[in-house]
Design a protein around this ligand. Structure first.
Ligand code: SAH
Ligand code: TYD
Ligand code: ZN
Length: 407
């Protein structure tokens, strides 16, 4: 099926990229369970009405977010510092009234809210994945184990009153049922409050051909244009945008009730930029799809050459993103010996679909491989700074964003 209807506005969508049959990106398997992996069809379309870029097929949420969801936000020192900064700015700029209240959707291990908790400010994390919610609770964060949706918002309102800030990082794009979320936001937000969310930016994904940002959990690839339309559709207004360098390029969007805040020039300017480059047009997205196929071909060609030369290649970072790359390109343990990763819940397991073993960071150095394929390219600065010994030992990095090259 290459036609569908938009999850936001109901207009027709047009498919522009098919990444094939894919496993759940965060479902790291034990060797005895490789025969019952769940697969779905990963294809992306654009709404011809509101320009929202979205997956053509939805994976049931309980299959992705559950008591053994492995992803931990605290796995990167740059991200820890980023979220501490977010908390500090919310505390300084928004949570200044009498007994303010902030709700975070998808608080994960509490990486942002623990700074708020330490400041003694009233907060609540809403997090359906029990494994990570428990870690947040241990860090002193108040957590409710639930999927945020309209009913959850109503319950929180009744129990705790309205929220001055509703915040979500790398979570709103994970949620196909935005209508219920937006009704929940309208229910829970104070009259002058803000809904702030940050997610991978379509402009960066298209600009860097970072097609690995597309996987089951990333249902939407937002742009200022599509978020502006989505906000209006649900009775809110896009009042601010800020481009962020984390995770390969994101945008932080601020929504408020109509008239509650003045729209900044940054919004007008980003909307104009997107219009100028035709960011949400089928032509631009079709050209992106062509570049994706080339990056995939180039990467497999390079890995095959290295295998023929008898070189050792190891993956670095068992990211959710890597599932798209390995399964789209057909990369298995024949081309990548193992993937090194610091996350306990991924180690000792096999990467979804590709069945490349995941090993500890220590094993990366025992001994160093000839090449490291940087699946966690979004953390390149941090990782390369920590791995100078690998370079000194003659090791080289393979990158595939924005194109395939060895450095
Ligand atoms: N905010 C963190 C975590 C992002 S991972 C960070 O930026 O690093 C996305 C998180 O969203 C997961 O922990 C997942 O369990 C959670 N999530 C998924 N659907 C949700 C929903 N409907 N409401 C709240 N959280 C949700
Ligand atoms: P990330 O790129 O944050 O997200 P996603 O899974 O959504 O694509 O994942 C980074 C992964 O890389 C995570 O599993 C932790 C791992 N990692 C390391 O192994 N070493 C490191 O130094 C860093 C920063 C991350
Ligand atoms: Zn639409």
């Amino acid at each position: 099926m290459t036609e569908s209807t938009c999850r936001v506005c109901g207009a027709a969508t047009r498919q522009f990229l098919d990444l094939g049959r894919q496993p759940l990106s965060d479902a790291f398997v034990t060797p005895d369970r490789v025969d019952d992996e769940f697969f779905y069809r990963l294809a992306v379309g654009v709404c011809l009405g509101c320009t929202m870029v979205q997956l053509m097929e939805e994976v049931p949420r309980e299959k992705m977010f559950h008591d053994s969801y492995p992803y931990l936000s605290r796995g990167s020192s740059v991200m820890r510092a980023h979220f501490e900064g977010v908390a500090q700015s919310l505390l300084t700029d928004e949570l200044t009234g009498d007994d303010p209240f902030v709700v975070e959707l998808g608080c994960n291990d509490g990486v942002m809210l623990r700074t708020v908790a330490d400041a003694g400010v009233r907060h609540l994390g809403v997090e359906p994945s029990g494994s990570v919610a428990d870690i947040a609770a241990e860090a002193g964060v108040r957590v409710r184990k639930a999927f945020f949706e309209e009913a959850t918002a109503q319950e929180i309102l009744e129990a705790e009153g309205p929220a001055d800030v509703i915040y979500a990082a790398n979570t709103l794009c994970h949620i196909p049922y935005l209508e219920s979320i937006m009704r929940g936001v309208l229910t829970l937000l104070t009259d002058s409050g803000v809904f702030v969310f940050e997610d991978p930016y379509l402009g960066d994904i298209v600009g860097k051909t970072s097609f690995d940002q597309i996987y089951d959990e990333h249902f939407y690839l937002f742009s200022a244009t599509s978020v502006d339309q989505m906000a209006r559709h649900h009775g809110l207004e896009l009042v601010d945008v800020e481009r962020l360098s984390v995770h390969g390029g994101e945008v932080r969007y601020t929504l408020a009730r109509p008239g509650a805040r003045t729209r900044t020039d940054a919004v007008t300017s980003l909307l104009a930029d997107e219009e100028r480059v035709g960011l949400g047009s089928p032509v631009t997205l079709g050209a992106f799809a062509t570049r994706v196929a080339k990056v995939g071909d180039d990467l497999v060609t390079l890995l095959r050459e290295l295998a023929e030369q008898g070189k050792r290649v190891v993956g670095y970072g068992a990211t959710a993103k890597s599932a798209t790359v390995t399964n789209f390109c057909g990369i298995g343990p024949d081309l990548v010996e193992f993937i090194s990763d610091t996350t306990p819940a991924k180690q000792g397991r096999l990467a979804p679909g590709s069945h490349i073993p995941v090993r500890t960071a220590d094993q990366f150095a025992e001994p160093y491989p000839d090449y490291a394929l940087l699946f966690a390219w979004n953390h390149a600065d941090e990782i390369m700074a920590n791995e100078t010994a690998f370079r000194d030992a003659g090791g080289r990095w393979i990158l595939y964003v924005p194109d395939v090259r060895v450095v």
